[in-house]
Each structure stands twice: as structure tokens, then as C-alpha cells.
Design a protein around this ligand. Structure first.
Ligand code: SAM
Length: 425
């Protein structure tokens, strides 16, 4: 094998090519972009090149150059105008529509949530400059990517010794690799971005459920932290817990199940609605010990179920337990776990007639676009699992100073969307 060491000339060509791509993107010139992509000499997909000074990808550049008064491309019957005549016209004016350019780049495989050096995704730029149409295009791109990732989660690579099946699986593997380039939004219940090096692992250990369940916890009045200083639960979430309990138990005497006791905030509010049965599933031994110390096992109607919901729920169903309401708020679990919960488990334990359930909606809450993407993703997955969901938007208190001593601020947006889910008619 011959190794090619890049000569200074080659580097200059790469720089020029990158700058040409970024310029074409900011001019919204689809024909030039198409030509440059065709002529690509770079390894990898050229639509994901980055400007070394700003970290802008072509998507960032196309969005940052948006001007509100810019003429929209004519559309026939909702079909995108990309005919030859329109392209020539665009080439001549060197300034087509930002929306069409963004859609074109996405079709060519641009990554929807690539970060620039200002820590902004292209969608964040759209939001900041008030480009609502472009923001929506970016949200939809995020939803498509996340849904694909979610679907591929269940895909298992085929074994080497079955050639025929291997061929069938190739497309899926490619799609999986492409989808994996997209960073999954973080949630308060999960950190899905895997560290890549050992040094990184030491300074930024990944939050997995087994690691968390093994870790020593610190309880204070206003927070519960794990051994890596991750915020497992914080007192600022109290209004959210109070409102959730109110919506789930509108009248006294109902049967409720809470998954994840944490600081006991939601359980305290649930108790105040006088449930006739109050089941609590909790997996961390230190939380269980704290619950008992505080006398939770003696409270009216309370039954503590020790262990992970994955094991406890099937046992409760086997026992014939049925409840009118469920609240779900765990920690260090993935979106796939959550989806498994509502797709497989809720049906077995929630009263069919009028039963309702809710969850702590913290997925992607470290940036607005991820929050918006995940709201749509979860809505689609809930619908597929047979649930309708109603959202109520509520204010979140100002959180300045709140994150001192916490490894990662997991809430960076202004409003919380509180979900209540019910079986579809
Ligand atoms: C965010 S806290 C819950 C906070 C709670 N809503 C409150 O109001 O204080 C998450 C809790 O879920 C528990 N947990 C994590 N994984 C679990 C699992 N698989 N099954 C049951 N509990 C789990 C954690 O130990 C922790 O107590």
C-alpha cells in the first residue's frame, strides 16, 4: 500500500475547495454546490467540511447568510423547484433561497447537529437570527435522523457466515453508520454521547445505569448527586413535580405508581392527593435506605418495590396490580429504555379506561433545538405505541448559580413542556 503524504499544494487545494463550498452555501447557489460535490477529492462527505476559523459547516453558512426579505423560490403544488431552468436562473443570480439550499445540503447528507466553534448547531443559528422557516427545516431534519437512529437501535449486525443475508443487510449498516454520525441529544435521564479516549473516560466518564447504580450518592437539601457529580435530581424541579402530581391524580382515592423516587419530591406531592395505593419502584440501594430512614415504608398506601423497573414491572403485572396513574422519572437510562417502557410495559399495568401517565420531559433540554426535536420524536413513538399526549408549557425558574458543583447543566432552556399521556380511543 502506498501512503500519500499531503504536499503543501494539496493542502492549499483542500482549503480553496472548502472555502468555495462555504461560499456557494452562503450564496445559496445550489448548482455550484452540486458541481463542487461532484468534483469532490476529499475523503468523506464534502457537505460536512468546516471553516477552520468559525467551525461553520456549509449548513451553518447557508443559514447565517439568510436575509428575511430574500425572495422565496416558486413552488409548484408543494413540489420543490429544482428544474434546470430554475437552477440556471439561480446560478446567474448567485443567490437562491436559503430554505432550498438547506434542504439540498441535508439531502446530500449534511449533519443536522454539527457544532461550530461558538457551540451552535445550524438550527441554533437559525433560532438566534429569527429564521423561523429554516429552524423548522432543521427540527424536521433532526426528527428524521433521531427516528432513524431509534429504529436502528434494534438492528443487530448479521453474522459473517451468511453471505446472502449479509448483502441484504449492507444498506442498513451504511444507514446505521451515517445515522451514528449524528450526535444524540442528551437527556437528564441519559448521557448517550460515548467518550472516545481513555483520558476522556477518566475526566468525562459516561453515565450508564449500571455505573450509576453502583455509585455512592450525596444527598443534600436541594440536590441529589452521584459519585461523578451528575445531578440526579434537583429541588428546582419541584414546581414540575407538583404540577405533574396534580394532573395525574385529579381526585383522591386513585391508585398510582411512581418509577424513580430520587429526592421523594414527586412522591410527596402524590401523597398529598391521598391515593388509595401508592407503589414506588426504586433501584438504587442508597435511595431505598434513605426512603426507609424517612419512613416512606410506613406512609398510607405506600408499597416500595426494590429493583429496576425492567424486573419489577413484569412481576407486578404477574401479581395483577393495576393503577390509574404512572409517573416515570429515572436516571442514566437511554431513550431506548424509555421507549421500551411505554411501548411494552405501560399497557400491562395502567387502567385501560381513563388511566393516564406522565414522565419527566428533560430529553435534549440542554439546547432548544434538541428539546424541540425530541418532543416530536417522542410524540411519533407514543402515537405508534397507542398513546395520545397533551403538553402544557410551564415556566422554569431562573437557574443561575444552580449548577455550581454539578458536572453538567442539564437544563438550559426557558420553558418546560409537561406531558400527560392517555390511551388513544
Ligand atoms: C431523577 S430521580 C427521580 C426524582 C423524583 N422524580 C423526585 O421527585 O425526587 C431518578 C431516580 O430513578 C432511580 N432509578 C434509576 N434507574 C432506575 C431503574 N431502572 N428502575 C428504577 N429506578 C431507577 C434513581 O435511583 C433515582 O432515584
Amino acid at each position: 500500500m502506498t501512503t500519500i503524504t499531503p504536499t503543501p499544494d494539496m493542502e492549499i487545494n483542500v482549503d480553496i475547495y472548502t472555502q468555495e463550498l462555504l461560499l456557494a452555501a452562503s450564496n445559496h447557489s445550489i448548482p455550484t454546490l452540486r458541481r463542487l460535490i461532484r468534483e469532490n477529492q476529499l475523503p468523506g462527505n464534502p457537505v460536512n467540511v468546516k471553516d477552520p476559523e468559525t467551525g461553520f459547516s456549509p449548513l451553518h453558512a447557508a443559514i447565517a447568510a439568510y436575509e428575511p426579505e430574500e425572495p422565496q423560490q416558486p413552488q409548484a403544488n408543494g413540489v420543490e423547484s429544482n428544474g434546470e431552468a430554475a437552477e440556471q436562473e439561480q446560478e446567474q443570480s448567485a443567490g437562491g433561497s436559503a430554505a432550498e439550499t438547506v434542504k439540498f445540503l441535508l439531502q446530500e447528507g449534511a449533519i443536522w447537529n454539527d457544532l461550530d466553534l461558538n457551540n451552535e448547531t445550524p438550527g441554533c443559528v437559525a433560532k438566534r437570527i429569527g429564521a423561523a422557516e429554516l429552524y423548522e427545516i432543521m427540527v424536521d431534519a433532526g426528527v428524521r435522523a433521531e427516528l432513524l437512529l431509534g429504529r436502528l437501535d434494534g438492528y443487530e449486525a448479521l453474522s459473517d457466515d451468511d453471505d446472502e443475508e449479509d448483502e441484504e443487510g449492507e444498506g442498513e449498516v451504511e444507514a446505521e453508520q451515517e445515522a451514528e454520525q449524528q450526535e444524540e441529544p442528551t437527556t437528564t435521564t441519559t448521557t448517550t454521547t460515548e467518550p472516545t479516549t481513555e483520558t476522556e473516560e477518566a475526566t468525562n466518564p459516561s453515565v450508564t445505569n449500571p455505573r450509576y447504580l453502583d455509585s455512592t450518592l450525596t444527598f443534600t437539601n436541594d440536590r441529589l448527586l452521584d459519585a461523578d457529580q451528575n445531578g440526579v435530581m434537583m429541588a428546582w424541579e419541584s414546581t414540575i413535580m407538583e404540577k405533574s402530581a396534580q394532573k395525574l391524580l385529579p381526585t383522591p382515592g386513585l391508585r398510582v405508581l411512581n418509577i424513580g423516587h430520587g429526592m421523594g419530591i414527586v412522591d410527596t406531592f402524590l401523597q398529598s392527593h391521598q391515593p388509595s395505593e401508592h407503589h414506588i419502584i426504586e433501584a438504587h440501594p442508597a435511595v431505598i435506605a434513605e426512603m426507609k430512614r424517612k419512613g416512606w415504608d410506613q406512609k398510607p398506601g405506600v408499597r416500595i418495590h426494590e429493583g429496576r423497573w425492567q424486573e419489577v414491572l413484569p412481576a407486578l403485572v404477574g401479581e395483577g396490580v393495576e393503577v390509574d396513574a404512572i409517573y416515570y422519572d429515572t436516571f442514566a437510562e437511554s431513550y431506548a429504555d424509555f421507549r421500551e417502557f411505554f411501548s411494552e410495559q405501560v399497557i400491562g399495568i395502567l387502567e385501560q379506561d381513563g388511566g393516564r401517565w406522565g414522565f419527566f420531559n428533560g430529553m435534549g433540554a440542554d439546547r432548544q433545538i434538541s428539546y424541540d426535536v425530541y418532543q416530536k420524536v417522542v410524540e411519533i413513538d407514543l402515537f405508534e405505541a397507542g398513546f395520545e399526549v397533551e403538553w402544557e408549557e410551564i415556566e422554569v425558574p431562573k437557574l443561575e448559580g444552580e449548577w455550581e458543583g454539578v458536572r453538567r447543566p442539564y437544563w438550559m432552556i426557558e420553558k418546560y413542556r409537561l406531558p400527560v399521556c392517555k390511551f388513544m380511543n
